[in-house]
Design a protein around this ligand. Structure first.
Ligand SMILES: [Zn+2]
Length: 93
């Protein structure tokens, strides 16, 4: 992502959550889910939405069906909070 929204919102949410915790809490650890590191160069953090489910497919040897998992994802093209492009701009040749 080409913006600071993740950090900004994590800080805001943490502040709100901490207000409701009893005093003296320790080992606070939380973050916004859905941000995934890409294997691109440079490595980027992109907002990623999972697409998961299952389907019954016919068995190869005939006779019945077996359950097959569906698991893929899509990456947001723009930040949903500020609208900036999620992907780093290509460097001019
Ligand atoms: Zn943003």
């Amino acid at each position: 992502m080409q913006c600071d929204c993740k950090d900004t919102f994590e800080a805001r949410v943490a502040e709100k959550v901490k207000e409701r915790l009893p005093e003296g809490f320790t080992e606070y650890s939380a973050s916004l889910e859905g941000y995934v590191l890409t294997l691109t160069n440079p490595i980027q953090e992109r907002l990623t939405i999972a697409y998961e489910g299952d389907v019954q497919v016919p068995k190869k040897n005939g006779g019945g069906f077996k359950r097959q998992k569906i698991k893929t994802s899509i990456q947001a093209t723009y930040c949903p909070f500020c609208g900036k492009p999620a992907k780093a701009e290509e460097e001019a040749a």
